[in-house]
Design a protein around this ligand. Structure first.
Ligand code: HEM
Length: 264
């Protein structure tokens, strides 16, 4: 597998924004854990509020933080070959799928235990659409982009849809986070107290804002075409690309389909 030598190049702005995004994402997760330990007696399966608290934590780690970083692996891990990055991308997304199914199951289980209804709020609808859309993107993406038997032409047609759906899913995640934060606060403090903006409400709003800023920064990093993987090729890669192109002209085979993909 070809390995790029020039891993850390001059994309200072890229790394600056990437670093800022990481700070926002990790700060949101740390504040959420601290908030739960300080105001909600931590996390514990089978214990009402402590079980419910697993839901926001797991969803933010999976659908927000890991999703963002999973979308960026192609741009960040330029030192690895496309195939290696594809595998990392897929493994991260498989973990997110497991985490988000578990996160949603946590609330369903909690609701059953408390004898509450399911799927009656805007948040629950938005959240369910979020998880189902992500699941579809994962399986369709796996079938078309990773499955060795898939045709290069189909991959080329699907790639823009895959990229667009990532933006769509991140937009729905913003909706899930915003509605989830509002709902959680309204469920745990009464309206009058909320209006006075106590510290724990401020903190929770800050967590929501940090998640949204993280998602917006990731979207910008993905949106910038000049930060796409392989925009600047090393001499070794250029030589390899030329070699591949001539090999493709003489004998195109199924293993060459990867090169028909736009540079990502
Ligand atoms: C992308 C992230 C998220 C997704 C996909 C998501 C998904 C869901 C789903 C599908 C339900 C419905 C469960 C049921 O009806 O039994 C739910 C419930 C709930 N979630 Fe989330 N959630 C996310 C993030 C959050 C966050 C960050 C919070 C709080 C900070 C939160 C708070 C709640 C609350 C309070 C409920 C129970 C009330 C209701 O059903 O609307 N969620 N979530």
């Amino acid at each position: 597998m070809p390995v790029k030598e020039n891993c850390c190049n001059s994309r200072k702005t890229f790394w600056g924004i990437f670093g800022l995004a990481q700070v926002c994402g990790l700060l949101a997760i740390s504040l959420l854990v601290m908030w739960n330990v300080a105001y909600n007696m931590g996390y514990q399966w089978g214990h009402r509020n402590q079980q419910f608290s697993i839901h926001p934590l797991v969803m933010i780690i999976g659908m927000v933080y890991m999703y963002g970083d999973g979308a960026l692996v192609y741009r960040v891990l330029e030192c690895l070959s496309r195939f290696q990055v594809k595998i990392i991308h897929m493994v991260i997304f498989a973990l997110i799928l497991i985490l988000s199914i578990f996160g949603v199951y946590t609330v369903f289980n909690y609701h059953a235990f408390m004898n509450y209804g399911n799927m009656y709020t805007m948040h629950s609808w938005c959240g369910m659409i979020n998880v189902v859309a992500f699941g579809l993107q994962f399986f369709i993406g796996f079938g078309i982009l990773l499955w060795p038997g898939a045709k290069g032409k189909i991959r080329n047609i699907y790639m823009p849809i895959h990229r667009y759906s990532s933006f769509g899913i991140m937009a729905i995640t913003v909706g899930s986070i915003a509605s989830g934060v509002v709902e959680d606060l309204l469920l745990c403090i009464d309206n009058r107290e909320y209006r006075e903006l106590p510290l724990h409400a401020v903190l929770f709003n800050v967590i929501g804002v940090l998640c949204i800023v993280y998602i917006l920064l990731v979207m910008y990093l993905v949106y910038r075409d000049d930060w796409k993987r392989g925009t600047k090729l090393t001499p070794a890669e250029e030589a390899q690309e030329k070699g591949d192109a001539s090999a493709e002209q003489s004998a195109p085979g199924p293993s060459e389909t990867d090169k028909l993909l736009p540079k990502e």
